[in-house]
Design a protein around this ligand. Structure first.
Ligand code: NDP
Length: 419
């Protein structure tokens, strides 16, 4: 039993907090802290009388280490669950280090101002050394390894669905199904329809940056980079049907390439409808995905942030989204000298999620694993000093928890492979 401090109160946090409240034998106290405290208060009210956990709220600017340190000092949590934006990862890790409290998140660090010359110099060096140009990578957070080890605290990085569950599926496949994994294809399919011509399922800024960037995959020990959306396949997904999917860079490829011995290729595909892609290309062509401030009638406006204002709030998509998601991994490799292929995946229904927690499946499939990962560290099952990604721990208790908390998984022993 213990106290969790959740930072952020958007789409994903809304689900994770409700799941922590359902799991009150582990989380008997929950403090919700975010930039807009009224959102935290509204969620607390929604949960009143429905949970054994004591819920409090607070206001915090998670860009400021001193505010975070003061909040952690006041709340005295056993663990901090960061569900703000990837921009805040380092300030929150820094505050956890100063106060010696365990840290959990769902997405790796990304710099908000990609024109900051200091950040840019490090970024450009990394692009050359590593061979991929995504704005995010693990180096910033892995740099905390020694300090977390010395402080005797755990940082668990990337416990959403992807990254998160997909890496736990990989650890499970390696433990139970293969002597050696040769290829991993991570397939993220959203067959949901929200009825808007264009909307993003999670934070638009993070989502659009990810999708409009170059693709890349890991092959034979190095990165292969492609133009955005250059590699296209179709796949027939259980529960959804046939969908177009495109190869993207994705953060778990970086950690899996290091942690899965002998892996030869790792790719990540996400499905997109033609309407989404046409809108995105158009927005990009007119400069609406820009991250550099532009002067407009005496105000400085960052185009992508302004766009975020105009687009539907992802948290509002719940009631209108119908259909299912199917996210999982296809593995090839060898077991007992024989070639083996398996597919581990979860199918999640948007409307079922809405009925349970009032949100669509994208927030649900991220919020549930965020709660599970936090519980793994808080109960001591996954507690080890240092900074880790989820595939570095025993997958079995996490896999059991997925079945228990709403994300049951299936194994297909003879899947169609992706060419
Ligand atoms: P939202 O934009 O819905 O929510 C973000 C929340 O963080 C908001 O409550 C926002 O406050 C708060 N916030 C932002 N900046 C600050 C700040 N400086 N100080 C305090 N609070 C702040 O995002 P999502 O819920 O969609 O995403 C949350 C996280 O989950 C992101 O890191 C995202 O990348 C990650 N994610 C991971 C996935 C995975 O599978 N691993 C999939 C989807 C998302 P306010 O209300 O004031 O705006």
């Amino acid at each position: 039993m213990g106290k969790v401090l959740v930072i952020g109160c958007g789409g994903v946090a809304g689900v994770a907090i409700q799941k922590c409240a359902q799991n009150s034998s582990v989380f008997n106290e929950i403090c919700i802290a975010s930039r807009t405290q009224s959102k935290c208060d509204a969620l607390r009210q929604k949960l009143e009388g429905k949970t054994g956990a004591v819920i409090t709220t607070a206001k915090v600017d998670a860009d400021k280490v001193d505010e975070l340190v003061a909040l952690i000092g006041k709340v005295k949590p056993d663990i901090v669950l960061n569900l703000a934006l990837p921009y805040q990862d380092l300030t929150i890790m820094e505050a956890c280090l100063q106060t010696k409290v365990d840290y959990v998140d769902t997405a790796n660090y990304e710099c908000e101002d990609t024109n900051d010359p200091e950040w840019r110099a490090i970024y450009e060096r990394r692009c050359k050394e590593k061979g991929f140009t995504a704005y995010f990578d693990y180096s910033w957070q892995w740099a905390y390894r020694e300090r977390f080890e010395k402080a005797g605290i755990t940082a668990l990085l990337g416990t959403g669905f992807d990254p998160g569950v997909t890496s736990v599926f990989t650890a499970y496949a390696l433990k139970h199904c293969f002597d050696e994994i040769h290829t991993i294809d991570i397939l993220d399919c959203n067959g949901g329809d929200h009825g808007y011509p264009f909307a993003t399922n999670f934070n638009p800024e993070i989502n659009l940056r990810e999708v409009s960037a170059n693709g890349s995959y890991w092959e034979n020990g190095h990165w292969v980079e492609t133009e955005p959306m250059a590699i296209h396949r179709t796949y027939n997904f259980d529960g959804v049907g046939e969908k177009d999917m495109y190869l993207l860079h994705h953060e778990e490829i970086e950690s899996l390439a290091q942690n899965i011995p002998g892996v030869k290729r790792i790719r990540f595909f996400m499905t997109f409808g033609q309407s989404y892609l046409t809108h995105m290309r158009c927005l990009e062509n007119v400069g609406m995905l820009g991250t550099e401030p532009v002067e407009f009638e005496g105000h400085k406006i960052v185009p992508i942030q302004f766009l975020r204002r105009l687009l539907p709030d992802p948290a509002s998509l719940g009631p209108r989204t119908v259909g299912k998601t199917n996210i999982g991994c296809i593995f090839t490799g060898v077991k007992g000298g024989k070639e083996r292929h398996i597919y581990i995946y979860n199918v999640c229904d948007h409307q079922e999620c809405y009925r349970e927690v009032g949100s669509q499946a994208i927030s649900y499939t991220t919020g549930v694993p965020a709660m599970i990962g936090t519980a793994m560290v808080m109960t001591g099952l996954w507690k080890r000093p240092g900074v880790f990604t989820v595939e570095e721990f025993d997958p079995d208790p996490y896999m059991e928890a997925l079945n228990k908390w709403g994300l049951p998984w299936k194994i297909d022993e003879n899947p169609v492979l992706v060419p």
